[in-house]
Structures are given as C-alpha cells and as structure tokens.
Design a protein around this ligand. Structure first.
Ligand code: PLP
Length: 222
C-alpha cells in the first residue's frame, strides 16, 4: 500500500482527539513529502543530525517532534526547529531545554519519558522519580520547557496483557499528576503511547498521541 493509503487507514482507525505522529526516522525526505502531500503535518525523528538535515529540505509548516534519546549537548542545535520533545528522560536534559529555549525565547512542548517496560536499557524516569520531580515544584519555575504530558514505551512482546498493564500504569500516573498539580492548568494533557504494533491497545488505555513508523513508511533499513 502507498504511504497515503497507510495514513488514511490509520486515521480511520483512531478517534479524532488522538494525534498521529508519523515516525519518519531512516526514511528519506521524498517519503516524508508524500505523507505531507496527503495532509500529514506532524513527523517524529529520533536522531539530531537526521532531523537537522531533513527539516532544511522540507516545508516549514511541518511540526517536528523529537522522540529519541537526546544528549544535552545536542539540545541547542534542535531547539530552533523542534516543536515537541517526547523523550525528556532526565532533569539534566530538561534544564538544558529550558536554558536553550530561553535563549531564543521559544516555548518547547515537553513530555517526560517514563520507564514502564520490563526491559532494562530503555531510557526514562521511574514512576517514583517522576512523582518526586513534580513534588519538588521545580516544574513551576520552568518558563520555556512547557511540560504537556508523559510518554512511555511498552515492553517489546506479543503478550497483550503485559502491554496493556504497562499502558494502564502510565495512564494512572498521568491522572495522578494531573489531579495533584494541573487541576486548574490545562496544559498537562498528552499521553504519548502506542506504536505500529500496539497503538490500538494504547488508545483503548487513554493515549492522546500515537507514534507510528513502520505501518506508514514500511520497514526501516538501519
Ligand atoms: C521508532 C520509534 C517509534 C515507531 O516505531 P514503529 O514500530 O515503526 O511504529 C515510536 N516511538 C519511538 C520512541 C521510536 O523510537
């Protein structure tokens, strides 16, 4: 199927309130343009260099979302053209985003990445670390790193019970933080969860943003 047909199929499967982030990592600019021409505007990339190269070639009204592990020393480069960072996985990184965004007076939407999978080696805050961060009130002092929600990746397994449990954990953490710290401030509204293989489960469990790559663009050649 074509990229356009893939996007239409996914959009017909998801409710209106759920945003589709088309994950274009490892795919060339011409494929992104095909998706763009079918109306897609939000694209996700996971490597700083790749994002830098592509954004220079592609239409300026694309909303670029960064979804991969980001080193603090790379923040400065992407701040001018990134709209949302889904993968804020440390306080060091969050502070650097605040600093670099303030330099150019631009707000950046940020999601805290929470480690919900059973596997080791995935980045992110534990649930406890995340709660501690909000309890510390540091987030209230952030003016440019605009915390809009949480992101998580489920364990890479065929076992839907495990995947669903992990998404439920993320949703309940989100609800907890929202009720404690954002009950009058509506900016905390995004739960980024769900990829090609599990986005339907993620939506059932409350996802507001799905990050879909291979179901749109096909398999990636690394
Ligand atoms: C690559 C990637 C995706 C997309 O994965 P697919 O299985 O191809 O849909 C989503 N989220 C993150 C963080 C990724 O790195």
């Amino acid at each position: 199927m074509s990229i356009t047909a893939n996007i239409q199929l996914i959009k017909s499967n998801i409710p209106h309130g759920v945003a589709l982030v088309a994950v274009s990592k490892f795919h060339g600019a011409e494929k992104i343009l095909e998706a763009y021409n079918s109306g897609q505007r939000i694209f996700g990339e996971s490597r700083m260099q790749e994002l830098s190269q592509k954004q220079a070639l592609l239409p300026s009204d694309i909303e670029w979302h960064f979804i991969g592990h980001l080193q603090s020393n790379k923040v400065k480069t992407i701040i001018p053209y990134v709209h949302t960072i889904h993968s804020v996985d440390s306080l060091k990184l969050l502070r650097e985003i605040e600093k670099q965004a303030s330099v150019i007076n631009k707000k950046i939407d940020c999601l805290l990445e929470i480690h919900i999978a059973q596997e080791d080696g995935k980045y992110g805050f534990t649930m406890e670390e995340c709660l501690q961060f909000f309890a510390s009130n540091e987030f209230k002092q952030l003016e440019y790193a605009n915390i809009v929600g949480l992101m998580g990746m489920a364990t890479n397994t065929e076992n839907e019970v495990i995947i669903r449990e992990e998404f439920k954990k993320l949703k309940s953490l989100f609800d907890d933080i929202k009720s404690k710290y954002f009950h009058i401030d509506y900016r905390f509204k995004e739960i980024s969860m769900g990829m090609s293989d599990d986005y339907m489960i993620a939506i059932e469990e409350g996802s507001t943003m799905i990050r879909v790559g291979s179901s749109i663009f096909g398999y990636r050649e690394y």
